[in-house]
Design a binder for this molecule. Structure first.
Ligand SMILES: Nc1ncnc2c1ncn2[C@@H]1O[C@H](COP(=O)(O)OP(=O)(O)OP(=O)(O)O)[C@@H](O)[C@H]1O
Length: 354
């Protein structure tokens, strides 16, 4: 196994009395695109600031390329940070902005210009060299900020909500570009977002954070299909959650008592233990074809047309505190007020400790 590019070992951080990071350990592989995903206040930005050298952790260590960088100043470590507001110099040309870091390093003018042109070409903005930042669109300014960071050839590029200032359409477009640029340059990117769609679109490695801890990490496909915790199952995509207790276990199956009735799952679980069953919206069936696991009857409370599909919310007749979330084809004829049988296939039930 090769050594990780970044090795965060048992990092904790407090701001005064407030514990913001709690024993976080994480390894980042060379050339990977890592997303730190989590709700506001979960500690993502603090972790990124510790990687960039802007915050020294209360406890733990950060190794980059095998070197202890825990207390090394930002400019002296092989990382560069791209902030959400870009912070371009308005009076300077785009080329000047991109070459600025090299000027600080004492690189001569001709080399600076050549490298800045190269970095701009990398982000698809070769023609913007002589323009001023105000002549560019938001998405173009974001790419200039990226070129300015990449020109320094950092080992790790740190991005804090880099697409946060863009409207939704541009945001989705820039996601594709960011991923393409990252693959082209091969630099490891570590990108903070609270947008789970962004995480799924970009990450090779997705790190789900909650309350200062890592809840789950892995390829986004794995985190989505097999979330490790209840939080992960509801933050990385949606899930219907059935809280239950294991009533019986035999062979390799268990029966779980839930508000929707007894549900058979394909795991041998300790009798009496509390579990949560998670079902992704695309696996929940309403009316129509019955799945192998019956989840009782539910009354449809809301149908939202979303173009290629309908998002349907329904409330369990057995227990009105239980809400089902289903994704149905756009052609489905369900209406609010309909009472339908709910089911799913046993194989699609995700069993989580509760
Ligand atoms: N410099 C600081 N001094 C005191 N408290 C801080 C400081 N920076 C952050 N915090 C607090 O630490 C907690 C974690 O903040 P952090 O910015 O790391 O979370 P986040 O997951 O990035 O959230 P957001 O998406 O809102 O930026 C929050 O409660 C925040 O108020």
């Amino acid at each position: 196994m090769t050594a990780p590019l970044v090795d965060i070992r048992a990092v904790s951080h407090r701001f005064g009395q407030l514990a913001v990071l709690k024993n976080v350990s994480l390894r980042i592989e060379p050339g990977s695109y890592t997303i730190l995903l989590g709700p506001s206040g979960s500690g993502k930005t603090t972790l990124l600031s510790i990687l960039g050298g802007f915050v020294t952790p209360s406890e733990g260590k950060v190794f980059i390329r095998g070197e202890d960088c825990t207390t090394v100043a930002p400019a002296r470590r092989p990382t560069t940070t791209v902030f959400q507001d870009y912070a371009l110099f308005p009076h300077m040309s785009v080329g000047g902005n991109v070459g600025f870091g090299l000027r600080m390093q004492g690189v001569d003018g001709a080399t600076r210009a050549a490298k800045a042109r190269e970095a701009l070409a990398l982000v698809g903005l070769a023609s913007a060299f002589d323009k001023k930042p105000h002549q560019l669109s938001g998405g173009q300014r974001q790419r200039v900020a990226l070129a300015r960071a990449l020109v320094i050839e950092p080992a790790v590029l740190l991005l804090d909500e880099p697409l946060g200032a863009l409207d939704l359409k541009l945001r989705r477009q820039m996601q594709d570009e960011l991923k393409a640029i990252q693959k082209r340059v091969g630099t490891a990117f570590i990108h903070v977002t609270h947008d789970q769609e962004e995480a799924m679109a970009l990450a090779d490695h997705c790190v789900v954070m909650n309350d200062g801890r890592i809840e789950d990490e892995g390829p986004p496909e794995r985190v989505y299909a097999r979330p490790a915790t209840r939080f992960s199952a509801t933050f990385m995509g949606e899930s219907t959650i059935l809280a239950g207790r294991v009533a019986e276990t035999r062979d390799r199956t268990s029966t779980v008592t839930t508000p929707a009735g007894p549900v058979l799952v394909r795991s041998a679980l300790p009798v009496g233990s509390a579990v949560a069953l998670a079902i992704r919206p695309e696996h929940l069936m309403l009316g129509g074809t019955a799945g192998t696991a019956s989840l009782g009857m539910a009354k449809v409370s809301d149908v939202v047309f979303q173009g290629s599909f309908k998002r349907v919310l329904a409330v369990s007749v057995e227990d009105p505190s239980l809400q089902f979330i289903a994704k149905l084809p756009a052609s489905a004829t369900v209406q609010p007020g309909d009472t339908l049988a709910v089911s799913c296939d046993t194989d699609q039930i995700i069993v989580l400790a509760d």
